[in-house]
Write a protein that binds this ligand. Structure first.
Ligand code: WTA
Length: 650
């Protein structure tokens, strides 16, 4: 069947930054032919205190990349202060509170004052350039102030998504070596209270290294405050001046660490630097969303993930945008919430994850049609493959066939969007992220690491170019950085994703091919969940796989073998206890959908768990298990299938 091709809308192309395929190709070719010249021109869009001397330098042996070397700038200055002259009174951030209809508009001038005050508080508590600061906050304006305040004084923020548990938070605080933690007394999400301060207290139990906890007040509730260590942020900022000088940071000085899951149990602190990251975030925000001054831009992600860093805070603010920060969920108080915000705020550009779209599409079109949505122009998707049906729903129902849909592929490690359509240039195909952004050279590589030439090929997705936004290292473990991304396919960056390049050269991301799964847009390592499970005294062995799920995209399926003394416990009781175990170790969002208790796992004679088989069974695919004669215990497969049928009814 020929794939559908959605042509570019002429009204969008007419005014777009890149208005045709010819223009896209021209710029792409320029970026390939002379990357240094291309990126130097882009870097000019930022304000530098001191110009760089070298655009790009790399030691490929050591996997050491540097951009805009010798240049000095400040990310906070670029996102805030430099806009004051022309747009001091323009709204920088519109905060959409959990309570429907409650908004707060923060101008660039207010932003500068608020950020400066928080920066002064940090300084007073001894934070200096290069120090790591942990931010564990709900989606409130103080979260943005805290990130920008760190950037202002050269501190390195490590934002931890507020859905992580105390244990997970503790690991991240220890790994980053942070002395200061910012949090809130409580968070509010979908009308529910999240006891953030209490979680921080638990995370810090017995830990001497954290000397200061700054607590924003989101709700009227009082919380226990440890004398000497804990301070209310509102009291602290009151004493501070609304101006604060900024550090002149080197382009390659770290801007932030963001933890993400990999294929081992230990999360990785992905490190991004200042100059290249900001150039890339700003440029992609401008071109991919076709952002123009005056646009109201709404990315519904959480700032605890890379999407929030690059496309709620740094990219949009560097471009002087009005960016919406949304505290609630897509279904609170009802599945019309996004479109209510779109109408209330006259949103032009909207960016979310397929999992959210699936959840609201399921609730019925009437929730969408109740609102006008006439301001919308560009609709973005990120985080997991978007299934063609949902893509069409997004385009036809939400966008009324008027809006451009951009399916944007990228990762925490890439800093910004790498494969994507451009609204005014790229004809789209539902389900395809289409073509590489400027400066990006994707490769499809076979099992032996050989790049596959031509179109109509599939394999592992690698990248064969350097771009300013790429991560520079894993905090404290450069060796792991090299091993994880640059050894599997020597010479190339391996993304962990599989992909196909179709007859037209369009890219289709087929999903992770390593032991990482994307659950409702949250990235999780199966090894991380397994180590949480085996930490429970009842568990002898665990194997975790993903399986297709209608709303979550992928859901978590855990096979668990219990120790002999627990084998007679009620299954229901054990399943509940093990879900709780994972919630405690990582966070509720990581709790397996299915806990399949069984007597043994299928293994090869050498003792390797056959995950391929476990994945098939979890997906209720009973055909094509491949050769199972090499298994130590071939009858285990039949038993697992039977148990799975009983569990799932399929
Ligand atoms: C997946 C999120 C298909 C992919 C920005 C990637 C996608 C992982 C897409 C990174 C997309 C992200 N189509 N898959 N448009 N966008 N992914 O680090 O598997 O949280 O490797 O970054 O999400 O997840 P991360």
């Amino acid at each position: 069947m020929p794939e559908e091709l959605y042509p570019v809308k002429p009204e969008i192309a007419r005014v777009a930054h890149v208005g045709s395929m010819e223009e896209y190709r021209r710029l792409y070719d320029l970026s390939m032919a002379d990357p240094e010249r291309f990126w130097a021109e882009q870097a000019e869009t930022l304000t530098w205190f001191h110009k760089w001397s070298t655009v790009f330098d790399a030691d490929y042996e050591e996997v050491d990349f540097g951009w805009f070397l010798g240049g000095r700038l400040n990310a906070c200055f670029n996102c805030v202060d430099r806009h004051l002259k022309d747009r001091g009174n323009q709204t920088a951030i519109i905060w959409a509170a959990d309570e429907p209809g409650v908004y707060k508009h923060i101008t660039y001038r207010d932003l500068k004052h608020n950020v400066s005050r928080v920066a002064n508080v940090l300084k007073e508590h001894g934070v200096k350039a290069g120090d790591r600061v942990c931010i564990y906050m709900p989606m409130i304006p103080e979260l943005a102030y805290a990130m920008l305040a760190c950037a202002r004084i050269g501190a390195v923020h490590s934002v931890v998504f507020a859905g992580f548990s105390a244990e997970a938070l503790r690991d991240r605080i220890v790994d980053a070596g942070t002395k200061v933690v910012l949090t809130a007394n409580e968070g509010l999400r979908g009308g529910k209270v999240i006891h953030l301060k209490r979680i921080v207290d638990r995370a810090l139990e017995g830990m001497q290294t954290v000397t200061t906890v700054l607590v924003a007040r989101r709700t009227p509730s009082e919380v226990p405050m440890q004398a000497g260590r804990d301070h209310w942020l509102e009291d602290e900022v009151k004493r501070q001046r609304s101006t604060c000088t900024f550090e002149w940071m080197g382009a390659e000085d770290p801007l932030f660490i963001l933890y993400t899951s990999g294929s081992t149990g230990k999360p990785k602190g992905v490190l991004h630097t200042t100059g290249g990251y900001l150039v890339y975030a700003a440029m992609t925000h401008k071109y991919v969303f076709d952002f123009r001054p005056g646009d109201i831009y709404f990315c519904a992600a959480d700032a605890g993930w890379i999407t929030g860093h690059s496309y709620i805070i740094y990219g949009p603010l560097a471009n002087g945008a009005t960016t919406v920060m949304f505290e609630s969920t897509p279904v609170y108080p009802d599945p019309g919430r996004y479109w209510r915000i779109v109408d209330d705020l006259k949103v032009n550009i909207f960016y979310t994850a397929p999992t959210a779209l699936r959840a609201i599409a399921q609730a019925g079109d009437s929730w969408v049609k109740e609102y006008k949505r006439s301001s919308l122009r560009v609709l973005g998707s990120v985080g997991e493959p978007i299934n063609p049906e949902i893509w069409r729903w997004y385009h036809d129902v939400v966008g009324e066939k008027r809006c451009a849909v951009v399916d944007t592929w990228w990762q925490t490690e890439t800093g910004g969007i790498l494969i994507t359509p451009l609204p005014g240039a790229t004809p789209t195909k539902p389900g395809s992220a289409t073509l590489p952004f400027f400066g990006v050279k994707p490769l499809i590589v076979d099992h032996e690491g050989k790049p596959l030439e031509g179109n109509g090929v599939s394999g592992a997705l690698c990248l064969n170019s350097a771009w300013p936004g790429q991560a520079r290292t894993i905090h404290g473990d450069h060796h792991r950085f090299k091993e994880t991304y640059f050894t599997q396919y020597p010479g190339y960056y391996f993304t962990g994703d599989g992909a196909r390049r179709d007859e037209d050269g369009y890219y289709w991301i087929t999903g992770r091919i390593d032991d990482v799964i994307n659950v409702s847009g949250h990235r999780l390592g199966t090894a991380e969940i397994e180590s949480a499970l085996v930490a429970h005294e009842a568990v002898a062995e665990a194997a975790v796989v993903g399986y297709p799920h209608e709303v979550k995209g992928t859901a978590i399926y855990a096979y668990v073998v219990l120790g002999a003394e627990y084998a007679c416990r009620s299954r229901q009781e054990m399943q509940g206890a093990l879900k709780e175990q994972v919630s405690q170790a990582i966070g509720r969002f990581a709790a397996p959908e299915v806990i399949h208790i069984t007597a043994s796992l299928p293994k090869t004679r050498s003792g390797k768990i056959m995950r391929r088989i476990l994945r098939k069974i979890a997906a209720s695919e009973y055909e094509g298990m491949g050769d199972i004669t090499t298994l130590a215990e071939p009858e285990a497969v039949e038993r697992l299938v039977k148990e799975h049928r009983d569990l799932s009814g399929r």
